[in-house]
Design a protein around this ligand. Structure first.
Ligand code: SF4
Length: 497
């Protein structure tokens, strides 16, 4: 049996695409291989959003080229956004590559690999599936993940000037609501407890078959962003349909939304649906209207504040995180000070901060890159100092409180790890396997990025046959560092918005 080794760069969408690529490969007779040295096929699923990811691809291909010299039958495939963006050009610059496929072409992979393996020329397939969009459902495999992703849309119709995604992922295409509900129901029946709906602008969702009610009046219509006065999306209706038709679903999240579609209907869904997690990642990018205009974000800081403020009022205790770019062309120190002010005012508990870097095929290229690297680093450090401080204060406030923790599995150094409904990571001890269980926990200690808690049910602490006292050793502060570096707040980079 042939064996494959898959390396994924980039965001959650890429992680999810890699899972579907695995399904396709394993469905066509490949077996996974932990080490690339022993694989017959090495596939790199690439990201072009950040400069470093592209550099990583080039150095990885160079390294694999050396391996190919000793093993000429090794097949090297490149998928994802760099593949889509560069297409045939990749083959000219990196002749070691045998197959190049865009994000919409995973299903074609076995056929393209067969061509190459039979001695054919390198294969390139990067068309978007514009007329018949395909959303590959997850193949059942082993034990269901406690928390899993379901794609509801792909592509992006926004034109943020810094972003290459509209080029690499194409225009927005939506998955039929019945298909989404069926996949969520199947996952839940198989044991999944939490679903994160995935899409580049997930809250712009509309049902292509028109099965969901939409077009509610948007109460934010007084602001420029809501000039349409109607909520043109059907995302809140999809959330309601999932809550109603998949009663076994314990938690529902989504990533990544665009603030333009944080409508009053979505706020109402958060207020009324208990299944929606009390945490939202709402990318803002900058706290300066001048910079937002240059980014073509299509909202103002006041509009962003109004909408997230409504969400915070509707759901007491809801936390927010965000993405912020520092050093965008033309960003002055005053602009950046406004960003810090917004971070403070909204009270983000987590910020994914990035230094601006010019990306090919993006409109911002013509704006230059006039903030020095040193200044960008300085601004990023200030941003992190502020956001880390806010995070630490938030985690410290949770000590002594009781939280419902959805346990995702064993921790790296014993015990178990789970998440609260606000997405904080909690380490806990239990004398029996509590994976997939919702465990009530009293928070005992706050670390830099996570918490330690004790189950309120003493029976969970007692080993079989014991009574009363805790049967499991208390976790130590040493739990934190490794766990935190791997998963600081989110499972992978959020989608860029
Ligand atoms: S940042 Fe997000 S919303 Fe903007 S173009 Fe990129 S994917 Fe679309």
């Amino acid at each position: 049996m042939k064996r494959y080794h898959l390396v994924t760069f980039g965001c959650q969408m890429n992680q999810h695409d890699s899972d579907r690529i695995r399904d396709v490969l394993e469905g066509s007779g490949y077996a996974p291989c932990e080490t690339l040295e022993h694989a017959d096929l090495v596939l790199l699923n690439t990201c072009s959003v950040r400069e470093k990811a592209e550099q990583k691809l080039r150095s990885e291909v160079g390294r694999l080229g050396l391996l190919k010299r000793t093993r000429p039958d090794l097949v090297l495939a490149v998928a994802g956004c760099v593949a889509q963006q560069e297409g045939e050009r990749l083959l000219r610059g990196l002749p070691q590559i045998d197959v190049v496929i865009g994000p919409d072409q995973a299903a074609a992979l076995p056929r393209l690999l067969a061509e190459v393996e039979q001695g054919g020329l390198p294969q390139v397939r990067t068309e978007f599936d514009l007329h018949e969009p395909r959303f590959l459902p997850a193949a059942p495999r082993g034990r269901a993940k406690v928390s899993d992703f379901v794609t509801i849309m792909k592509g992006c119709d926004e034109r943020c000037t810094f972003c290459v995604v509209p080029t690499t992922r194409g225009p927005e295409r939506y998955r039929a609501s019945e298909e989404i509900i069926a996949e969520v129901a199947a996952r839940v029946a198989a044991g999944t407890r939490e679903i994160t709906l995935l899409g580049q602008t997930v809250d712009s969702y509309q049902d292509p078959l028109g099965k969901l009610p939409g077009g509610q009046r948007d109460e934010f219509s007084a602001t420029r962003m809501g000039r349409l006065q109607r909520d043109e999306t059907e995302f809140p209706s999809l959330l309601r349909a999932l809550a109603e038709r998949v009663p076994g679903l314990q938690r529902l999240r989504y990533t990544s939304p665009h603030p333009r579609h944080l409508t009053s209907a979505l706020v109402a869904a958060h207020r009324e649906l208990g299944v929606l997690a009390r945490h939202v990642h709402m990318p803002v990018q900058s706290g300066s209207d001048r910079v937002l205009r240059r980014m073509a974000r299509r909202y103002t800081v006041a509009e962003y504040r109004e909408r997230v403020g409504a969400l915070q009022r509707a759901v007491p205790g809801l936390t927010l995180s965000s993405d912020i770019i520092v050093g965008f062309p033309g960003e002055t120190r005053e602009d950046f000070a406004l960003t810090l002010e917004l971070v403070r005012e909204v009270g983000f508990v987590s910020v994914f901060g990035f230094k601006y870097s010019p990306r090919p095929f993006t409109p911002a290229l013509k704006l230059g890159d006039d903030v020095s690297e040193e200044e960008k680093s300085e601004r990023l450090a200030q941003l992190f100092e502020l956001s880390e401080g806010q995070r630490a204060a938030h985690l410290a406030r949770l000590v002594g409180r009781t939280e419902q923790v959805l346990v995702e599995g064993p921790g790296e150094r014993g015990g178990y790890t789970g998440r609260t409904e606000r997405n904080e990571i909690v380490h806990l001890q239990a004398a029996r396997d509590v994976t997939g269980k919702l465990v009530e926990v009293t928070i005992a200690e706050a670390f830099k990025h996570s918490l330690r808690g004790t189950p309120t049910d003493r029976a969970l602490l007692a080993a079989e046959g014991e009574s009363g006292s805790a049967g499991a050793a208390a976790p130590t502060a040493e739990l934190e560092p490794r766990a935190a570096t791997r998963r600081s707040g989110h499972r992978a980079l959020p989608l860029l918005h």
